[in-house]
Design a protein around this ligand. Sequence first.
Ligand SMILES: [Zn+2]
Length: 68
Amino acid sequence: MTSTDKPIIVKCPTCLRPVSWTPEQEHKPFCCERCKLIDLGEWAMEEKRIPGEALELENDDGEDAFFH
Ligand SMILES: [Zn+2]
């Protein structure tokens, strides 16, 4: 009657290898520390790619053009 005897298997986001979701697996959902670091590195790179001037909130200009 136990529903926890079946281990949950997840895929390592980096190398897509099956990883069992257990307390011993301290790098989950990654299979190893290396895959974890690789994923973190990619995140940092993506953040750098996002331009800082993505927001355009010029309300005054927009209203003026509408009136014209
Ligand atoms: Zn991996």
